[in-house]
Design a protein around this ligand. Structure first.
Ligand code: ADP
Ligand code: TRP
Length: 334
């Protein structure tokens, strides 16, 4: 198997409403990569993985669809990228078993993510422990070469590289049955939350992507700032609101906002955090206006979402079938 071409793959957990951290930290890059590698971008909703922490069929179904709508609304182009449910390609669980048989316990025992999840009170099932094996199968079954992920997932991609090597050594008879992937970190790996920590669903400090109007302004107004009185000079580099504005405003505009901060004045009037927050709410609202409208449309047309998921799964399955057949033959199966 030679792998000169780039094939992009990533899995996304269908949990919760997506927020600015998810967008700037992950989704935006996924969407850019579909244009850089049209026809070679595979994105899937990690619903088999979600079962390790979610046991509510209706909730899983709903959040999988919500995630699909979110990606389509934000610009996933079904002519350039595939968007499918992990569970619509059951071959991935077959490959996970083959990989499990060449994976040492020690490799999985070193996984940070497993230890973190136990600390967060998730039940230590065999599924949770072997999560990295299923994740490796997700990547290897599509011959993916490039896996855009957040920092917390780097170790999982490295484990995938090890599993590919072990499998190739065991069964490859000198050639490569499985392609070793590389990870890619996004350029904006850290989006700050309303409380000044990393924005995360589990901290309850998020700004959801599709909020607007009064509700959005209310969420933005909750961003924690210091108690500098209105009209006094402010330090933009120490302000969470400014950090978030940097995600949206063009450099010249940021320069202007920054000068308002430092002067504590804008157009002869006092300028304070409240003004900066209003500005941020406007930026967010505008930036996602078109996506919000598309999401509303998709909400009213679930058949359009389902059609993309089904069509993508058929294509993804063809690739998966070829890999699993090759691997099974090499092991003496089939
Ligand atoms: P959450 O913390 O809300 O549960 P996830 O852990 O599911 O988010 O993250 C999904 C993707 O979004 C990952 O690729 C992760 O790196 C990215 N991401 C999440 N929060 C942030 C953030 N605050 N800044 C940058 N990227 C983020
Ligand atoms: N583990 C990833 C996360 O929690 C999701 C995921 C599952 C994934 N399989 C993958 C990411 C394969 C990249 C490639 O975010």
């Amino acid at each position: 198997m030679t792998a000169q071409r780039t094939r992009v793959l990533s899995g996304i957990q269908p949990s919760g409403t997506k927020h600015l951290g998810n967008y700037f930290g992950a989704i935006k890059q996924h969407l850019e990569l579909q244009h850089e590698h049209p026809g070679e971008a595979y994105y899937f909703i990690a619903d088999y993985h979600a079962l390790t922490s979610l046991r509510d069929a209706a909730a899983l179904r709903a959040s999988s669809l919500e995630l699909a709508r979110t990606y389509l609304a934000l610009g996933l182009d079904p002519d350039k990228a595939l968007l499918f449910r992990q569970s619509d390609v059951p071959e991935v669980t077959e490959l996970a078993w083959l990989l499990a048989t060449v994976t040492g316990m020690g490799l999985l025992e070193r996984a940070h993510s497993y230890k973190d999840k136990l600390q967060n009170g998730i039940k230590p099932t065999v599924g949770l422990f072997s999560y990295p094996v299923l994740m490796a199968a997700d990547i290897l079954i599509y011959d993916a070469t490039l896996v855009p992920v957040g920092k917390d997932q780097i170790q999982h991609v490295e484990m995938t590289q090890d599993m590919a090597t072990h499998f190739n050594e065991a069964y490859g008879s000198g050639g490569d049955l499985l392609v070793r992937p590389e990870f890619r970190l996004s350029e904006a790996p850290f989006v700050i939350g309303t409380d000044g920590q990393k924005m995360s669903t589990s901290y309850g400090n998020t700004l959801p992507l599709f909020e607007s109007g009064k509700r959005l302004r209310k969420l933005v107004s909750a961003i924690v700032t210091d108690s500098t009185p209105l009209g006094a000079p402010l330090a933009p580099e120490r302000c969470s609101v400014f950090a978030l504005l940097q995600l949206f405003a063009a450099p010249a505009e940021l320069e202007r906002i920054s000068s308002h901060y430092r002067a504590g004045i804008r157009d002869g009037e006092p300028f304070g955090y409240g003004h900066a927050k209003l500005l941020l709410a406007e930026y967010i609202e505008q930036h996602f206006a078109a996506a919000r409208a598309r999401k509303e449309h998709l909400l009213a047309h679930p058949d359009e979402v389902e059609a993309v998921l089904k069509r993508s799964a058929i294509r993804a399955r063809q690739t998966a079938r070829a890999t699993i057949d090759r691997c099974k033959r090499a092991c003496g199966l089939a």
